[in-house]
Write a protein that binds this ligand. Sequence first.
Ligand code: X5A
Ligand code: ZN
Length: 470
Amino acid sequence: MDTKPSGARPARRSPRLPNSNSNAQGRSEELKEAKRKGKMDRSKGEDELVAQLKHLEVSRSLASGTGLVHSEEFTRHNCLWDPSHPECPDRVTAIMEELERRDLRPRCLAVEPREATEQELRLVHKKDYVDLMRKTQTMSEKELQTISENYDSVYIHPDSFRVASLAVGSLLELVDKVMTSELRNGFSVSRPPGHHAQFDQANGYCLFNNVAIATRYAQRQHRVKRVLVVDWDVHHGQGIQYAFEEDPSVLYFSVHRYEKAGFWPHLQASDGPVAGSGAGLGYTINLPWNKTGMTDADYITAFQHLLLPVAYQFQPQLVLVAAGFDCVRGDPKGEMEATPQCFSVLTRMLMGLAEGRVLLALEGGYNLRSTAEGAAACVSSLLGDPCPPLSSSSPSLSALTSISETISAHYPYWSRLQVLEGGPLADDVVIRHKANEDQVGETSPSPLGVMTTGLAYDERMMEHLNLWDR
Ligand code: X5A
Ligand code: ZN
């Protein structure tokens, strides 16, 4: 996996250029040389033009390719005192083997991981915390165990700092490549996971918050204004929520097992009525499941009736997915019933947003088969494959109750949810056409234009009818 996507792409050449192999007699070497140079200059010019076009909005449709980051290094982080810890190196190996088995891996473009810098880690984390994590590299097993006990559900290995930095940096590389349209979308097969990690603490098998750091990085480095973070890991990503709860530039949506705070991390902050605070009010959306066994229909309904209406109103410029697969059927912690194929569909649903700039980063997932199949299903969608069919079923009453409670909490903030409450379309949404009123001239698209769907209707159309055969 050392092929850089840029290297894998053949240089474009004009088909109009003649083949320069002709060795016609009488032609001076000078002329041949001049022609050869001319051709080189011309294709060089084209390459530059293509490179420049890729930075323009209009050329986004040219963006192709699904980036895949992985490295053997991700298997170096493991629990020295519990070899049967669920957050184990085999998780990423199982995913890579499944991608290989389904011939998905060679269809992706390999992206080389890199370690995040101190400055990048500090986009989300406190200096003292980053310094402490760096120091763990030279600690004894005994010391590591003591440090780990200061946190909830965490283990640290001497290689953890390096591997966790690599997991962050991998996602940052993908952010760079989708923001410059070198890639359309991507998947980071990395560990340790990140969505529970917080400003000054490790938590829930997470050391650095990969997705939260990537969000801030996209905003700083690529001037991205609005980022949508979708978290379908079965646990609530409280680390991501805390990082952005007051920030209206980041819409955080999490669907998670909750059981009225009976499930880890047992926080009231994970509940449906929690919506963010200050300027960020309305930009934190929690969908807590209060029963196990949620199915494809429950997840699809949540996306169709809650996430997608809000996401299309928010108009993100980048979508990051905290992609845990502990929500897939067979996971010992999640105890959900969603199929791996369901996550193909959820991925596909997000690809219509942000001009397809969708990046998935692995979070949890503790059944190797479920995790591998779920991740492969997502990669298949990112590559543009058609979604496999889902067995039809109806959402459960418990799921509908959760969805409805979250919609109730959020409809004051999102007008696109208000139509679902049965409310009438606001009168001012209808732009009434006035007859005999010439309004020609202003044709440039307004910012509102791209948010508004046109509806052409006139009662006089009723006058066209079949008079002799009603
Ligand atoms: C990333 C993830 C789960 C932590 C469970 C702690 N963490 N009981 O899935
Ligand atoms: Zn999880």
